[in-house]
Design a protein around this ligand. Structure first.
Ligand SMILES: O=C([O-])C(=O)C[C@H](O)[C@@H](O)C(=O)[O-]
Ligand SMILES: [Mg+2]
Length: 418
């Protein structure tokens, strides 16, 4: 099972004007799709980031892969580490923590690891979850991922969600997500308005959805003092408080006072961060993400580390398509300790590159596909259209800040503002 050819396709898909600490999502989100074709005709699929810097690193690796055995994953990692030789990618939107050589290799490796596991599964006739040790659960729970948002992109018509800037509108968007997907827990992306206003939003959600675990994630927009105050006000209301404040030290300070666990996808973003975070007791829950934690098998290794130190595991998401959702479902299903409902941006997109029908939400959960590999089929026409959108939209990186300045001239990101 040798790799014959690898095709990388940058794609773009329409995204809503979702607000966060850095500004607002642009009209298109960027992703990359990789097809790893093997010499017996099997094609493995992977999906990851689509910004130019990431694509540049991935392109360096492509010529090195022909002839590599898809079952040799340590060899794959060696090829990538050697080829990237010390490059550090930086993530300018800054919402998944700092970057390092290790995280760069982990991110690029992950794209190919998923594709190789998909190809392995197809070759063996077994789902990827089986290759990862087997399913600990038949279906993977996701949470309704709410955002404050503008009603429309600049110079465009309102989207079907309309404007979401008030507690009433938040509850309305949550109701639509719960009705359409059956979600049983709810996350609010905060860091947009002053904490008092976002507390009001959470209280409205708590009242409208009793029994639904709630989370808020201001992406480190608050000082430790503000975070402690918000934690006290939301005592008994939140399942966890995600990244209220920057850094392990700041989080540890908040964690000492807060009644609920703190969660992060910002201050613990590679294996080297675990020891200081665990020692400081900075977090109670870690959000995994196979895209930057080194793939699906390293996500499982991360899970073992978290379980050993009494830290829970959840899952982070960025705007993504169906290949990523399939990978998220397989790895979450095969990771027993991943018991929190995972994040997904799924409800915010309106198109995909995979054929519909396999990944379906019922009761807020997606059943693990029982077909070989990831269990999904690439729609080549949809891929071509998404690539055309990539070329046409002209975006080469995610830049929520600059786009926000077109709505609000002079806007500065809200990082550690309150
Ligand atoms: O949990 C998180 O921090 C995220 O989901 C980060 C994302 O970049 C989110 O803020 C977004 O899509 O705006
Ligand atoms: Mg987060």
């Amino acid at each position: 099972m040798k790799i014959r050819d690898v095709v990388l396709t940058p794609v773009a898909f329409a995204d809503a004007p979702l607000l966060n600490v850095m500004g607002v999502h642009e009209p298109f989100a960027l992703r990359s799709v990789v097809q790893v074709a093997c010499d017996d005709g099997v094609v493995g699929l992977g999906e990851s980031y689509g910004d130019a810097a990431f694509l540049g690193e991935v392109r360096k690796v492509l010529p090195e892969l022909a002839g590599h055995d898809i079952f040799d994953l340590p060899g794959l990692k060696r090829i990538i580490a050697r080829t990237l030789a010390g490059t550090v990618l930086t993530d300018e939107h800054g919402l998944i923590g700092g970057f390092s050589i290790r995280k760069t290799i982990a991110s690029v490796y992950s794209l190919f690891e998923v594709a190789c596991l998909d190809a392995q599964g197809q070759f063996l006739g077994r789902p990827v979850a089986d290759l990862l040790g087997g399913k600990a659960r038949e279906a993977v729970d996701f949470s309704a991922y709410l955002f404050y948002k503008y009603g429309a992109h600049l110079d465009a018509e309102a989207d079907s969600w309309g404007e979401i800037l008030t507690p009433e509108a938040l509850v309305g968007s949550a109701q639509r997500m719960v009705d359409e997907y059956g979600f049983r827990s709810i996350k609010l992306k905060g860091g947009v308005f002053a904490p008092e206003q976002e507390i009001e939003g959470i209280r409205a959600l708590a009242e409208a959805f009793p029994g639904h675990p709630l989370r808020i994630d201001p992406n480190a927009a608050w000082t430790p003092e503000t975070s402690i105050r918000v934690a006290a006000e939301l005592d008994g209301v939140l399942e966890y408080l995600e990244d209220p404040t920057p850094g392990i030290e700041g989080m540890a300070r908040v964690a000492r006072e807060a009644s609920m666990p703190l969660a992060t996808n910002m201050c613990v973003v590679n294996f080297g961060d675990l020891e200081p975070a665990f020692r400081a007791r900075a977090i109670g829950v870690l959000l995994s993400d196979h895209h930057f934690w080194g793939g699906m098998r390293d996500t499982q290794a991360l899970s073992v580390a978290c379980e050993s130190f009494g830290v829970g595991l959840s899952m982070h998401s960025n705007s993504h398509l169906g290949i990523s959702l399939a990978a998220m479902v397989h790895v979450a299903a095969a990771t027993p300790h991943l018991t929190y409902a995972c994040d997904t941006h799924w409800p915010w997109k309106t198109a995909d590159v995979i054929e519909p029908g396999v990944l379906n939400f019922a009761g807020g959960a997606v059943a693990v596909p029982d077909r070989p590999g990831l269990g999904i089929t690439l729609d080549q026409d949809a891929l071509a259209r998404a690539h055309e959108d990539y070329v046409r939209c002209g975006l080469t990186k995610r830049d929520d800040v600059t786009y926000m300045r077109r709505y609000t001239p002079g806007f500065e990101p809200n990082t550690a503002r309150w």
